[in-house]
Design a protein around this ligand. Structure first.
Ligand SMILES: [Zn+2]
Length: 84
């Protein structure tokens, strides 16, 4: 039985373009984060280098706070745009 702790930084691949899902700047990496032993539950985030480091350093609380904030900002921006 694996005693791996989750979340777990599983790896990253370089991307040429995209928006960082934690801060909204340009993304450099597509990072895979395992959240349980079910591979179907893996998360993939587009991240800039500083935010990838945050995940590598296991600063999960700060990391997921940034992801959540960024998602809310994006949703609010979308709602604003949808107004007639
Ligand atoms: Zn970022």
């Amino acid at each position: 039985m694996s005693r791996r702790k989750y979340p777990f930084y599983a790896g990253a691949s370089k991307v040429e373009s995209g928006i960082c899902e934690a801060c909204g700047n340009g993304a450099a990496w597509a990072v895979t984060i395992q959240v349980s032993w079910f591979r179907g539950d893996d998360d993939m985030f587009l991240l800039c280098e500083p935010d990838r480091r945050m995940a590598m350093d296991k600063q999960w609380k700060d990391f997921y706070t940034k992801i959540k904030t960024q998602r809310r900002l994006k949703r609010e921006a979308g709602l604003t745009k949808a107004q007639p």
